[in-house]
Structures are given as C-alpha cells and as structure tokens.
Design a protein around this ligand. Structure first.
Ligand code: ADP
Length: 359
C-alpha cells in the first residue's frame, strides 16, 4: 500500500501509531499519538512509561508472545485519559509485531484508536435506559392503584350492587370495564417487565408438580377454549410427576401466557393445543404446540423482545402489547431455565421452556 494512502486511512480511522523495538523502547510515533501518552513521547524510553496500563507482568508476557509471533495481536480496550481541557478520551490499544523497515529487525507497532464518541454514546444510552426504567416504573405504579380502584367500583355497579341496570347502561359499562381491564393488564405487564429486568422482583420458591399445575390452569381456560372450538391436551407419561422448586404464581403466569397466546393466535382451521411434558436429564421440558397462524421466519429472532409483535400478529384481529413473551423469558431465565420456539407461518408454533427439576 502506498505510504501516503496508508496515512490517509489511519487518519480517517482516527488511529495513531507508535513504533517500538523488541525491547519495547519507543522509536517513532505519529503526530497525534501524544494525547494517549502520560508523559511526552521520547525516543528510547520504554512505552510503559507513556502507557502505564501495559506495565503488568501478565500484559508484558502477552506482548512477548506477539513479539515472538506466537500471538497475532494483543488488544487492550477501555483505556481512558483526561485531556488538557478536562474532557475524557477513551481509546483502545492494539499491539502487533512489525519488522522494522530500516534494520529489518523484529519490532512492534502500537495502534491507538480514539473511541471516545462511541464510549460517550454508550454512556448516554445507559443513562437513558435508567431514566426510562425509572419513568416506566413510576408511571405504571402510579397508574395501577387508581385503575384498580375504578375497576373495583365498575364491577360493583355491574354486579347490581347499586340497583338494577338498564340494558344500555350495562352495555356501556361492560365496554368501559373491558377497556379498563386492558389498561390494567398493560400497566401490570409494564411493571413486571421493569421489575424482572432490573432484578427487583422476589422469587418465592415453592415445591410443586408442574404437570399438576398445568392441568389445573388448563381447566380454567375451558370456556375460552370452547369459544374458539379448541381442545387442550396435556401429554405426559402416565403416572410421572415433574417436581420443580419455583415461584408458583410466576410459573402460572408463564403457562397462562403461552396458553393464552396459543388461543389468541389460533386460526379457523385450528382444532387443538397440546402441552407436552418430558424429562431431559435434570430438566423438565414443556412444549406448548398450537396449530395457529405461526410466526414468519424473519420475525422469530425478535419475538422475545419487548413490545415486538410479528408482522402477522393482528391479521386475525388479535390485540396485544408485545410484552407477554418478554415476561415469560425473564421469569424462566430467573429460574435458570430457557425459552425457545419453532414455528412455520400458517401452520403453527411450538413454544418451549425448560426448568431444573427439583430433587
Ligand atoms: P402480545 O400477544 O400481547 O402481542 P406477546 O409478547 O405475548 O405479546 O407475543 C409477542 C408476539 O409473538 C405476538 O404479538 C405475536 O406476533 C407472536 N406470538 C406469540 N405467541 C404466538 C403464537 N402462539 N402463535 C403465533 N404468534 C405468536
């Protein structure tokens, strides 16, 4: 490569260089390299005097490996300086072996790269994440109490506790109650996501049979399933139990969420939902298999991300906020399990999770 061109590339990439001999003494440096050095760059002084971060036996040993050609490159990231006007400078240092052009003897080249912009951006992103988390937590917390309160009163009115309702009154109050329930679900989901993600949720462990819990939960979906002409089949080897040590209400939330989705995203041709239980070593694997609309392949990698809904999610008019699966994932991972899916659009999906079995 033409030397001028090489310099243009290095300048553009904001990379400065310092050349060293095999004793790690400085030979030459590029114009901008001085900002990375703790003291003025000078010929024949040791590089560790200017970049003291490399002055550890471990790093020196690694650099030796590079010099001997046993390692291709040594990379040190996350280095920091304060510039003369007080601004921070973040940089990375790569050290590579290099044959010195004049003497043809082995040497090293230090490549110093200014990554301040990216580092500051990352810091900002982290700060914004904190602000957003705080905001969501406060907003959803503050919303939940009044919503629950209004919902309670609406239920009382609808129950006839304050007198008999006329049809029209009942109709509109029922609509209001449904919409309020949706708002409550969203606020609860938001609160859950935040708490699960920042680890402030408490897992109360209980010893229970996952299969039994699923059968009980399944029964509570009876009328919902009937409405969609669906049958729920729970499959496991007869007589086998699947004991887990887990937070029962959170695991209930996981299973309900998966059953709910399997119903919600069913299609007119769907006939059943199968929940399979199997043991794999010291784990239980649960597969929730549906014959629903499925998930297009390109959407699958992002399915467990917050607020993400597949492109076909609302094709059958199914409403949602895209939070359920991110909650499922967070709960299962907090229990040292994992979640995954396989799906073919138009054919169906299998949502699976694993949990450690209790001894
Ligand atoms: P929501 O259902 O409220 O949108 P979820 O987080 O539960 O949110 O699900 C995220 C998305 O994953 C859904 O919007 C839908 O696109 C897709 N999805 C989830 N479960 C199924 C399923 N059983 N069949 C097809 N798509 C599903």
């Amino acid at each position: 490569l033409d030397l001028n061109l090489a310099q243009i590339i290095l300048d553009y990439a904001e990379i400065d260089t310092i050349l060293l001999n095999s004793h790690l003494e400085i030979l030459e440096w590029s114009e901008g390299a001085y900002i990375y050095a703790f003291q003025p760059l000078n010929k024949s002084i040791l590089i560790s005097e200017c970049i003291p971060e490399i002055d550890t036996p471990q790093i020196k040993a690694q650099i030796e490996e590079v010099l001997l050609g046993r390692e291709g490159r040594f990379l040190l990231q996350g280095l920091q300086r304060t510039l003369s006007h007080g601004e921070p400078l973040f940089f990375s240092l790569a050290i590579q072996s290099y044959t010195l052009p004049e003497t043809k003897s082995p040497g090293l080249v230090c490549l110093l790269r200014d990554v301040t912009e990216a580092a500051l951006l990352l810091q900002k992103v982290e700060e914004l994440k904190q602000v957003k988390s705080g905001f969501l937590a406060i907003a959803s917390h503050e919303l939940r109490a009044p919503l629950t309160n209004v919902n309670g009163f609406l239920d009382l009115v609808l129950d006839g506790s304050f007198g008999t309702l006329q049809d029209e009154q009942r109709h509109y109050l029922t609509l209001a109650s449904k919409n309020l329930s949706r708002m409550l679900t969203l606020t609860n989901d938001l609160l859950d996501v935040e708490r699960l993600e920042n680890g402030s949720i408490q897992i109360i462990e209980d010893n229970f049979d996952l299969l039994r819990l699923t059968r009980v939960l399944g029964a509570s979906f009876e009328s919902h399933l009937q409405k969609h002409n669906l049958e729920l089949v729970v499959e496991a080897v007869a007589g086998e139990a699947f004991p887990v040590l887990a937070d029962m209400s959170r695991i209930e939330q996981v299973i309900s969420n998966l059953i709910n989705n399997a119903i919600k995203y069913s299609q007119p041709t769907s006939t059943k939902i199968v929940i399979q239980f199997e043991k794999q070593g010291d784990k239980v694997i649960v597969n929730v298999i549906d014959e629903g609309i499925g998930i297009p392949e390109q959407d699958q990698p992002r399915l467990f991300h917050r607020f993400f809904r597949a492109t076909n999610a609302s094709s059958g008019g199914a409403r949602g906020n895209g939070l359920g699966l991110s909650i499922v994932k967070a709960i299962i991972e907090q229990h040292n399990g994992s979640v995954w899916l396989t799906s073919i659009a138009g054919v169906g999906s299998t949502f699976s999770f694993s949990l450690p079995l209790a001894r």
